[in-house]
Design a protein around this ligand. Structure first.
Ligand SMILES: *Cc1c(COP(=O)(O)O)cnc(C)c1O
Length: 388
């Protein structure tokens, strides 16, 4: 008997990254020593004080039972204190904060909470694939709006047709941006907020990389814009900041109607974040932030090394000001996928083809700086041989 998958499953386009995984396996089988710039996952360990908080809390029987759905009050308060200090934003821990099983949990369930069949969402191109897929899962429509290199990968709002903007219910934004490394200033966020006001849109802000800034300026939160709470929900993640991608803890904050709707969905889908992981999250947010400054230092060094080396090879690269992604235009006359395949076959380097993030990512490859400096040097030697 063949079990047929639901239409929503069949409608998902073939996963580009699956074919890259296959190519990786084949290369490994051939004995090629791979250097992996592909995964958006920090290679650095979680800081020890966070691990200790988990270890201690894991022994407490209180955490062996179901946790509260929205997260403990202390866990939510740890984030509201953090937002007050970091962004100057005041949040009510009871009605404006929800603890999540990683921010992807909230991002992926948001359409279920907000989108009716036929409702339209504005999604950047290129973008983290989850926004587009999960809106379609619930029968929503997606309009991709451009992020262009010549506009520093900020939203090209003019390019959104008036009738599309009028019909849309929400707009996803993600700054600092994956995959482009683009950064939005508070002015930029105010411009996006004005657009949202004009067209009566909810702004869904994915702030996964707020602490991964590599220059002086600290990326702002959308909630710093005056009045933003009326039409904004923001997703905050501990994953990249504290090297905690495997731990699964994040937050939704902002508009209380949205937080309540998402909470209602989640109450019916999962049973919250393991209490000991919440304790680890509290330790991360309230502890010494020196580990975060160290993390920035590591990525800054890797970025500078890779940028300088790629430039030495004649490639045009602009160093990103935040995130651990370098989005590099490929030479004319080839495609992202063909270039990625060639890097893998001939140099043993894994990168991500830009078109995996949307049509406008074509012509780029993404390097994730989750590779130690010594290996970056080795990679650059290999690319040198490839280009020549
Ligand atoms: C890594 C990442 C996330 C974070 O996911 P978690 O579920 O919090 O681990 C969210 N958005 C973007 C754009 C990311 O790159």
């Amino acid at each position: 008997m063949t079990i047929e998958a639901a239409d929503r499953v069949k409608a998902i386009p073939p996963y580009l990254f699956a074919s890259i995984d296959k190519m990786k396996q084949q290369a490994r089988a051939k004995g090629i020593d791979l250097i992996d710039f592909g995964v958006g996952d920090p290679d650095l360990p979680t800081p020890p004080h966070i691990i200790e908080a988990l270890q201690f809390a894991a022994a407490d029987p209180e955490h062996h039972r179901y946790p509260s759905y929205a997260g403990s009050t202390r866990c939510r308060r740890a984030l509201t204190d953090f937002y007050a200090e970091r962004f100057g934003v005041k949040l009510d821990p009871d009605s404006e904060v929800l603890t999540l099983i990683g921010s992807k949990d909230g991002i992926s369930h948001l359409p279920l909470a907000l989108i009716n069949p036929g409702d339209l969402a504005l999604v950047p191109d290129p973008a983290y694939p989850v926004y587009d897929t999960t809106v379609r899962f619930v029968g929503g429509e997606v309009h991709r709006y451009p992020l262009l290199s010549e506009q520093e990968f900020l939203p090209d709002l003019e390019a959104i047709p008036a009738e599309v903007a009028r019909r849309a219910k929400l707009i996803f934004i993600n700054y600092p941006n994956n995959p482009t490394g683009g950064v939005a200033s508070l002015d930029d966020l105010e411009r996006i907020h004005r657009f949202a006001e004009e067209h009566d849109l909810l702004v869904v802000s994915d702030l996964a990389y707020s602490e991964m800034y590599l220059e002086e300026e600290r990326p702002p939160s959308m909630l710093q814009v005056a009045g933003a709470k009326a039409r904004c929900v923001e997703f905050y993640s501990l994953s990249k900041t504290y090297n905690m991608t495997g731990w699964r803890v994040g937050y939704a904050v902002g508009n209380s109607d949205v937080v309540a709707a998402l909470g209602k969905i989640k109450t019916n889908m999962d049973s919250g974040v393991f209490g000991a992981v919440q304790e680890a999250g509290i330790a991360a947010l309230t502890g010494d932030q020196g580990c975060v400054a160290e993390m920035r230092g590591v990525y800054r060094e890797r970025r500078d090394l890779l940028v300088e080396s790629l430039r030495g090879l004649g490639l045009t690269v602009r160093p990103q000001r935040a995130t651990f992604y370098l989005f590099v235009p490929i030479p004319a006359g080839t495609t992202s996928m063909a270039f990625t395949a060639r890097m893998l076959d001939e140099a043993g380097l894994v990168v991500t083809p830009g078109n995996g993030f949307g049509a406008l990512g074509e012509g780029f490859i993404r390097f994730s700086l989750s590779v130690p400096s010594a290996r970056i040097r080795e990679a650059v030697l290999r690319i040198g041989r490839l280009v020549l």
